[in-house]
Design a binder for this molecule. Structure first.
Ligand SMILES: Nc1ncnc2c1ncn2[C@@H]1O[C@H](COP(=O)(O)OP(=O)(O)OP(=O)(O)O)[C@@H](O)[C@H]1O
Ligand SMILES: [Mg+2]
Length: 215
């Protein structure tokens, strides 16, 4: 049975799809059989994965809460890692994903509005943990951070207070190189230059930290 890792946060634009695609590619490069489950109506991550050359990653699009509940175990049985790209908005689908995932990862932008929506995601995680007797494990990380902003430290301090969700140490910064990857049908490892390299290192550190949370 493969491990299910889901990127969830109902807030749009916090980098769920970008992180899901990068993590899928990183795991696949490491030799694991990876399946990407795109639960977003915009289908950006499955379109992105399918447009990449030498792509070894199968992608499935599923949107309804019923389909997600029923099919996540079946898909996970056929791979080493099932990476779920969660939808914006849809609380029912997010809840279904949280009932089936081994690990929930919440990307959060360090702005006031996003911190509010992260607390909505934490609420759904706590509900699932209560129903499932502790599962899923859950982690949060700061995404799209702009260096030197005051709110960043405050955001980290605030989010670290939630005991049900582990605050990861890695911060992924806002970089043009990351924003460029989708349009180029690429990941950050395909792009040249120093900014791309430093973003690639942030992602590698993040993914190692995420895998470190699994038993
Ligand atoms: N670290 C980053 N630096 C710069 N741009 C980024 C970064 N992460 C994501 N982006 C850009 O921000 C936008 C939103 O990212 P993405 O689509 O991954 O978020 P999402 O959470 O999946 O959004 P949605 O909820 O709408 O599906 C995209 O244009 C993406 O290229
Ligand atoms: Mg998305």
């Amino acid at each position: 049975m493969g491990v299910v890792i889901a990127l969830v946060n109902q807030k749009g634009g916090c980098s769920k799809s970008t992180t899901a695609v990068h993590m899928s590619c990183w795991l696949s490069e490491g030799g694991d059989k990876v399946h990407l489950l795109d639960a977003d109506a915009q289908r950006s991550s499955s379109i992105w994965i399918s447009s990449m050359e030498d792509n070894q990653i199968a992608a499935t699009v599923l949107q309804s809460a019923d389909e997600l509940l029923e099919q996540i175990p079946e898909l996970a049985a056929q791979c080493d890692y099932l990476i779920v790209d969660g939808p914006a908005g849809l609380a029912e689908s997010t809840r279904a994903i949280l009932f089936r995932t081994d690990l929930a990862v919440v990307p959060c932008q360090p702005t006031g509005l996003d911190l509010q929506s992260a607390s909505d995601a934490v609420r759904l995680i706590k509900q699932a943990q209560s129903v499932r007797g502790g599962a899923p494990k859950a982690a949060m990380f700061i995404s799209r951070a702009v260096k030197g902003t005051k709110l960043l430290d405050e955001a980290i301090a605030l989010l670290s207070k939630t005991k049900e969700v582990t605050m990861l140490k890695t911060v992924v910064h806002q970089k043009q190189a990351i924003a460029d990857t989708f349009g180029q049908a690429a990941t950050i490892w395909d792009l040249l230059g120093r900014p791309a390299k430093s973003s690639a290192q942030e992602y590698e550190k993040l993914f190692k930290e995420i895998l470190g949370m699994l038993p």
